[in-house]
Design a protein. Structure first.
Length: 125
């Protein structure tokens, strides 16, 4: 039996602002945005090429905005990813080159922290 991580909740204070950030600045796909009830809104967003999505919304969790653990996305080209984020207006760190990978760090408007990782010599697939 496979166990697949496919959805991670990211607590935000303003759903529309967060959706705009993730879709129009970071480049996630907007998969779903529904309000099943007056007290609930569910928005699912997916990084390009990822099997795992994030969800933001209203009435989904008691977690405080900005308290998601550091989330990490692996990319094939850290320089291109850094340039894309920077050109889209995202405040990003410089590329941090470590022995085990190269990293770029950023946060969403609520302070949920993200890192992009490039793993040198990693086979694709």
């Amino acid at each position: 039996m496979d166990w697949k991580l496919e959805l991670v909740f990211v607590p935000v204070s303003d759903v529309d602002r967060a959706k705009d950030f993730y879709v129009n600045k970071v480049g996630f796909n907007a998969d779903y945005d529904e309000r099943p009830s007056e007290s609930m809104r569910f928005v699912q967003l997916t990084p390009p090429g990822s099997a795992c999505s994030i969800c933001i919304g209203e009435g989904l969790s008691d977690a405080a905005p900005g308290t998601a653990p550091n989330m990490q996305i692996v990319v094939d080209d850290i320089e291109a990813a850094h340039t894309q984020l920077k050109n889209s207006g995202v405040e990003v760190s410089d590329i941090d080159v470590q022995d085990w990978g190269h990293f770029v760090y950023f946060a969403d408007p609520d302070g949920n922290s993200w890192s992009l990782q490039y793993i040198p010599n990693r086979s694709k697939g």
